[in-house]
Design a protein around this ligand. Structure first.
Ligand SMILES: [Cu+2]
Length: 112
């Protein structure tokens, strides 16, 4: 079979576009001041924000999760897939949180 260079270039471009799309996806998903709940982890596990920032947690798992502050400062209800919860951090400090359903899911917000 004779190789068709045009076809090869087209395939290479298609693969390059696909790779670019795959690499862009996590960047798009990682919106500012957002923590996603995915695969039974908070991602990122630690987030540093200036005082006054509203943080959004968004559940991407099929399983329900919660976001509960260690200090009792905030507590979400059960979050189903694609549900979100927000909290505005007014004061500097270190705020730890956990999923009350899966206590191995932990995270930290550092407010500066
Ligand atoms: Cu959970």
């Amino acid at each position: 079979m004779i190789a068709n260079p045009v076809r090869h270039v087209a395939i290479a471009l298609a693969i390059a576009a696909l790779v670019a799309a795959i690499q862009l996806e996590p960047a798009n998903a990682a919106e500012a001041n957002t923590i996603v709940l995915r695969n039974f982890h908070f991602s990122p596990m630690s987030l540093t924000v200036p005082a006054g920032t509203t943080v959004l947690w968004k559940n991407l798992d099929e399983e329900p999760h919660t976001v509960v502050s260690d200090s009792g400062l905030f507590r979400s209800g059960g979050l189903d897939r694609n549900d979100g919860f927000t909290f505005t951090f007014d004061k500097p400090g270190t705020y730890k949180f956990v999923c009350s359903i899966h206590p191995t899911m932990t995270g930290t917000i550092v407010v500066e």
